[in-house]
Design a protein around this ligand. Structure first.
Ligand SMILES: [Zn+2]
Ligand SMILES: [Zn+2]
Length: 226
């Protein structure tokens, strides 16, 4: 990451808190302002509490010493509170296999902690043929959007809660060699963000109102005649 800028005191570029030099964290602008970016946090340097943290796109570009990599990263200074918040709404956990494959699936626990849904999702029993929505985040990250939610159709239930599904559509964020319709996606129940509609509760709403009881009608008619 580039050298620290000159002006003192330093300020968090997100909340404007004044910071001592050792309190400054450095993140790329995508981590500073975005969500669902896969990111790479270094170890914090000695005496510092915040590790340098670029998104995977910026990290890979800087690693490859690409032209303009630092300019594109547009490094922001952040305080610890803002760093924690931004790190929590981006993605800091993925495996070597995820990197090789080019995406990581977002867990429902993580998704819910950021999106804060009103009613917890009941996934129910997962069976072959069910349609389930998963969240895919690219590695390297893409901006301004770094999450695509897509349906998969369950094709196979494996040991240990591992589920195979077939991607139902062509993605927008991913190149075809990474992910395309009908590709097999391997996931677990904890990755399911939505389940297929319609839900049974919806049906009841559309039903016609029950007709008034015939007895009353008859009585009314009689009275009218008389
Ligand atoms: Zn701040
Ligand atoms: Zn970045």
């Amino acid at each position: 990451m580039p050298a620290i800028p000159k002006e003192r005191p330093y300020h968090c570029q997100l909340c404007d808190a004044a910071l001592a030099e050792e309190e400054c964290g450095f993140v790329c602008e995508h981590v500073a302002h975005g969500a669902w970016n896969t990111l790479l946090a270094d170890r914090a340097a000695k005496g510092k509490s915040i590790p340098d943290t670029p998104c995977t796109a910026c990290a890979f570009a800087m690693e490859a010493k690409k032209k303009n990599a630092e300019a594109k990263a547009n490094i922001h200074i952040v305080c610890l509170a803002c760093y924690r918040k931004q790190r929590a709404q981006n993605i800091d956990t993925f495996t070597k296999e995820d990197v090789e494959r080019g995406y990581v699936l977002v867990s429902r626990r993580h998704y819910d902690s950021v999106v804060k849904r009103e009613i917890n999702l009941e996934v129910g029993v997962i069976e072959v043929g069910r349609a389930l929505k998963l969240g895919f985040s690219p590695i390297p990250s893409t901006h301004p959007i770094s999450l695509e939610r897509m349906w998969v159709r369950v094709t196979c239930l494996m040991k240990g809660g591992v589920i195979h599904g077939s991607l139902a559509n062509d993605p927008e964020l991913f190149k075809r060699k990474v992910l395309k319709a009908d590709d097999t996606v391997i996931f677990k129940a904890g990755h399911v963000l939505e389940t297929e509609l319609p839900k049974p509760a919806r049906k009841a709403k559309g039903e016609p109102k029950p007709k008034p009881a015939p007895k009353k009608k008859a009585a009314k008619k009689k009275r009218n005649r008389g």
